[in-house]
Write a protein that binds this ligand. Structure first.
Ligand SMILES: [Zn+2]
Length: 433
């Protein structure tokens, strides 16, 4: 028998082609799909769970395009270091001590935080990815998972090889009723030389999967690439033919005009991660310029070690304010555009436009409901501006993924919150030593 949920009399921020907002709208979910949206009273089937929507705003579930979920264990573990020192002196040595259990509990903690904050889909890259997949399966979230690997000696090598990453894809692709999708995650150009990336590209074609990689994150990375290959990382990726495949590129901060042109023309999915870029002192990506060129951009948090939370509402607000401030232009990245990046933009980058990041009939029932009866979200002048400039993750009241309620009014329905805090803390304590 079908399961049905009816959200009654709510404000629906659809983010469809018209960027529409429907006041006093009703939304019927049947199984994992948005079955219908209507305003006039309609006969609803008897066996339906009703969620009263008065004073509530329903949004498409947010899409976090770049994360390392298990790094919640390193939240507030190493702050205020330069990027390369942070990586080589603090993060890589700690990661060398990681066990499968650490990744499982670290990811579970990230899932609590993401679900609690209205994120319904995330893209991840990390070690022991089967543990991340296990946690996602239990939590019920939608995930695009890549087991990270590198092609050079050193760094935190020794954990997962390219072959392990392929095995992970073979074992997990499409699991959990399709909520778990698997992708290939070569770490970055500075850890994966061109010849190795050619091998990766071949495998990507063979597995018919997409690529998730860090790209042009720091000035150092770009300078090294120019020194070694006489090309920017973006131009090098293009020359290697990587952009003939679907790519999700994390960061893309340091770009010249030619890079922006390549990324836009090739439809590369860019994860803009403003908090992490600021915190690691990497600068501010030319977001408005990318948007002007029609680039495919979404938002991500990056790992909690460099953020230090997984709150997508912060990224949404920050991405807009940073452009306004740096360009000295208050019209830069307006509210609708910023919110679109975290919803429809993310879906586009994943090749899931029309199915995720939107409220429309036939789309996946991945939704978040926010309680707007709060001082900072009143009055009701413009719900999208309120979502972008005034709301935060803690305003989320209910989260639905694939038609299932995962979180409602302070209660997690799939995850054991207390146990996760306890176990994650134990793991973090051990890793600190
Ligand atoms: Zn990253």
């Amino acid at each position: 028998m079908s399961s049905r949920i009816l959200i009654e009399d709510a404000t629906l921020v659809t983010m469809d082609e018209n960027d529409g907002v429907i006041d006093s709208g009703n939304l019927l979910i049947e199984d994992n799909i948005i079955k219908s949206i209507f305003t006039a009273a309609e006969d609803t089937p008897g066996d339906v769970k009703v969620i009263p929507g008065e004073g509530k705003v329903v949004i498409p579930g947010l899409i976090n395009l770049h994360n390392h979920a298990a790094m919640t264990l390193f939240r507030s573990y190493a702050d205020d270091y330069p990027l390369m020192e942070w990586l080589t002196k603090k993060i890589f040595p700690a990661e060398a001590r990681l066990t499968e259990a650490d990744v499982y509990w670290g990811t579970s903690l990230a899932l609590l935080e993401m679900i609690r904050g209205g994120t319904t889909t995330f893209v991840d890259m990390y070690y022991f990815m089967e543990q991340t997949a296990r946690a996602c399966q239990e939590g019920g979230i939608r995930a695009m998972l890549s087991q990270v690997f590198i092609g050079t000696e050193g760094c935190s090598e020794g954990f997962n090889t390219f072959e392990d990453a392929i095995k992970f894809i073979e074992n997990w692709q499409g699991q959990d009723e399709g909520r778990i999708q698997t992708i290939l995650g070569p770490h970055a150009l500075y850890t994966c030389p061109p010849d190795f990336l050619k091998k990766v590209l071949k495998e990507t074609e063979h597995l018919n999967t997409i690529i998730h990689i860090h790209l042009s994150e720091s000035k150092f990375e770009v300078e090294e690439s120019i020194k070694n290959f006489n090309k920017t990382p973006v131009a090098l990726m293009d020359e290697l033919g990587m952009f003939e495949r679907q790519v999700i590129a994390g960061h893309c901060v340091h770009l010249n005009d030619e890079d922006i042109d390549i990324l836009s023309k090739k439809g590369v999915g860019i994860s803009h991660n403003p908090c992490s870029n600021l915190k690691l002192g990497n600068g501010i990506a030319p977001l408005q310029k990318l948007i002007d060129h029609g680039a495919c951009v979404g938002l991500g948090t990056d790992g909690a070690a460099s953020n230090n939370n997984l709150d997508m509402f912060e990224e949404i607000k920050l991405c807009s304010l940073l452009q306004k401030g740096t360009l000295e232009d208050p019209t830069a990245v307006p509210a609708k555009t910023a919110f679109e990046l975290a919803t429809r933009g993310g879906a586009r980058a994943l090749g899931m436009e029309g199915h995720l990041g939107v409220i429309r009939e036939g789309a996946k029932a991945d939704l978040a409901i926010l309680d707007f009866k709060k001082p900072h979200l009143q009055p009701h002048n413009d719900p999208i501006a309120n979502l972008v400039y005034s709301a935060s993750a803690s305003d989320v009241e209910t989260v639905i993924v694939d038609g299932k309620i995962l979180y409602n009014k302070g209660e997690f329905l799939t995850l054991d919150e207390e146990r996760i805090y306890h176990e994650a803390d134990k793991c973090a304590k051990k890793l600190r030593q």
